[in-house]
Ligand binder design. Structure first.
Ligand code: FES
Length: 352
């Protein structure tokens, strides 16, 4: 997108006064908002000022809108330079916004651009006779009728080199032109043939409640003993659920006790049994008693393994029993009873 700035000083008019019609329009717009909120009418007023100025917003028009709405000029300037619907430089009598986005390009917008460059010249410049100017814009929302352009307030769609050339000729000559599709398409209906939604019953109301009618008829048939015939008319194509759906896939494992029993063998492989009984194949290691007693704790407090700071240990609650103390001899119970106020523990009656 081009940098949006006001037109050069030599293009700017010396004065701009809102017309009486626009003054009246402004008063009506301002009355729509609570007192002090008249700035909400800024976009509507800028649009009208642009119309009055011939399709663009001179600096004086922006200042006139600011004065009417009692706003700082910079605030109105911000709005005018932000929204691309406000032109900041003069435009032709017919201002053409050419869509150069992908769907239009795929449908031949490149050819339309060539016509513009040949007939009008570079974008953002008014033709010598002041009739045309053009600007490439992003998607205008008529992609199904691509390629297309917007000329002033109207869309012209389904363009080809030929019909676009003719359109420009007619506009330049002041002849009436057709807006919308240039190939006779009704809005965005299918391009070549209307072959969908053609069943008249879709539109005459005869299908409304058809499903209920069918169920009523089947219920009635069932009541009159024609149940079998009624049931036969109901589609029976219900797919059976897969029994393994959602379950883990199982495959037989060889040499399990179950498999061995199935084959008429002993559940435990005799070789495995023999190996298990052989002490020479057992894993060897020292018991605690062989290693000797564990060293006694250096403190009556135990410490957590993960300190809050590097190299710093944190004592646990002082009620935590000394490490290695059998539960029966522990000073406190660990079932939480001591943490409840008013509950005392009768150690003499405790059983270990
Ligand atoms: S891409 Fe051209 S109108 Fe959407």
């Amino acid at each position: 997108m081009a940098v949006r700035k006001l037109a050069p000083e030599d293009m700017q008019p010396d004065t701009f006064v809102l017309s009486p019609e626009i003054e009246a329009f402004a008063d009506k717009e301002i009355a729509k908002y609570p007192p002090g909120r008249q700035a909400s009418a800024v976009i509507a007023l800028l649009g009208k000022a642009q119309e009055q100025a011939g399709g663009w917003l001179p600096r004086k028009a922006i200042e006139a809108v600011a004065a009417k709405l009692d706003m700082p000029v910079i605030r109105v300037m911000e709005v005018a330079t932000f929204y691309t619907m406000f032109n900041l430089e003069p435009v032709g009598k017919y201002f053409i916004q050419f869509c150069g986005t992908t769907p239009c390009v795929l449908r031949g917008a490149g050819d339309i651009r060539k016509v513009l460059e040949t007939r009008v010249g570079e974008q953002n410049h008014v033709s010598a006779d002041g009739t045309f100017s053009w600007l490439e814009v992003e998607c205008l929302g008529a992609c199904s009728n691509a390629p297309m352009v917007q000329i002033n307030d109207d869309y012209y769609e389904d363009l080809t080199t030929e019909n676009f050339e003719k359109l420009l000729d007619d506009l330049a000559a002041g002849r009436p032109v057709k807006t919308g599709s240039q190939i006779g398409r009704n809005r965005s209906e299918p391009f070549e043939a209307v072959n969908t939604l053609q069943d008249p019953t879709l539109f005459d109301g005869s299908l409304v409640g058809a499903w209920r009618k069918r169920f009523d008829e089947q219920a009635k048939a069932a009541e009159t003993g024609e149940n079998a015939a009624a049931m036969a008319s109901i589609p029976q194509e219900v797919k059976a659920a897969k029994p393994t759906a959602g379950r883990a896939i199982e495959s037989p494992v060889a040499d399990t006790p179950a498999e061995r029993a199935k084959e008429g063998e002993t559940p435990i492989n005799p070789t495995d049994r023999k190996e298990a009984a052989d002490p020479s194949t057992a894993t060897k290691g020292k018991s605690h008693t062989e290693e000797g007693a564990r060293p006694a704790p250096q403190s009556s407090k135990s410490y957590v393994a993960s300190p809050t700071k590097d190299g710093e240990a944190v004592p646990n609650s002082p009620t935590t029993p000394e490490a290695g103390t059998p539960p029966a001899q522990a000073e406190t119970r660990r079932d939480g009873s001591e943490s409840k106020p008013g509950v005392t523990v009768d150690k003499d009656n405790m059983t270990s």
